[in-house]
Design a binder for this molecule. Structure first.
Ligand code: SAH
Length: 244
């Protein structure tokens, strides 16, 4: 990582109240792995150091806003891709037990390699569709938190995540700007699957200023057995989407 890249990382961290100096070396290693991996496969669209530092690393760490990911706990990262937000979270919150999940085995293989290279023993990646895990007794209600970034609409995320949470567990969904319509259908979908929206935190991504929203949904009741619906449906036909 160049000195400029490191300065951006530290600046982004500071804006989130995080001192990343002790982790800068590990983030530099992750950057190198990503650039190497991206050269071989289309692991992530971002290639430039500045983009990876701000739009992957710092952006992932914004999931810590609001303090829903403190302490110890089992955290599933729904649709982790190349490991976001799971890997940055694992680096700064070693007490979390993270399960990054993605349907694409190639991406999960990268996350597994990266976690090993970084010595992250708190990360156990899994290649699976989350609909399948949501119906598997070994995973249903097996998590304290589900985090997710850039995967699906809010109602789809509610249906995919809530079955995986224990009662009282939280879905922490990081989105770009959120329309009133998406929030409304997300809220109705959450209620349908046993959840309630707790907070909607709109903020600007450090340094770049892009709009982001962190939505937290709490599981307040058991999810009916019929959810999640079969693979693909939650994202293709989200509950209450565009319903008026
Ligand atoms: N969270 C990452 C990746 C976003 S791309 C990031 O922010 O960079 C969305 C990812 O979600 C893709 O890799 C896709 O394979 C995965 N995904 C989408 N629906 C899924 C599902 N139902 N089960 C598992 N993975 C899913």
């Amino acid at each position: 990582m160049t000195p400029e890249g490191q300065a951006l990382l530290l600046q982004g961290g500071e804006a989130l109240g995080l001192d990343l100096r002790e982790r800068a070396e590990a983030f530099a290693q992750l950057l190198a792995l990503l650039q190497e991996g991206a050269a071989q496969t289309n692991l992530t669209a971002l290639r430039e150091e500045r983009d990876i530092v701000l739009k992957h690393f710092v952006d992932s760490l914004t999931c810590l806003r609001g303090g829903c990911l403190e302490g110890e706990g089992r955290v599933l990262d729904l649709g982790t891709g190349a490991g976001f937000p799971a890997l940055p979270l694992a680096l700064v919150r070693p007490n979390l037990r993270l399960t990054p999940v993605d349907a694409t085995a190639k991406k999960v293989a990268f996350v597994t390699r990266a976690a090993a290279a970084l010595g992250l023993t708190n990360v156990r990646p899994l290649a699976a569709r989350v609909e399948t895990l949501g119906r598997d007794p070994a995973h249903r209600e097996g998590y304290d938190r589900v985090v997710t970034r850039a995967v699906a609409s809010l109602p789809a995320l509610a249906e995919l995540a809530l079955p995986l949470l224990r009662q009282g567990g939280l879905l922490v969904a990081q989105k770009g700007s959120l329309s009133a319509e998406e929030l409304e259908s997300g809220s109705r979908a959450a209620a349908e699957v046993g959840g309630a929206i707790r907070t909607v935190d709109a903020f600007a991504l450090p340094v770049l200023g892009e709009a982001r929203t962190l939505v937290v949904i709490e599981k307040i009741a058991p999810t009916p057995e019929r959810y999640p619906r079969r693979e693909g449906l939650p994202a293709r036909k989200p509950l209450f989407w565009r319903a008026t």
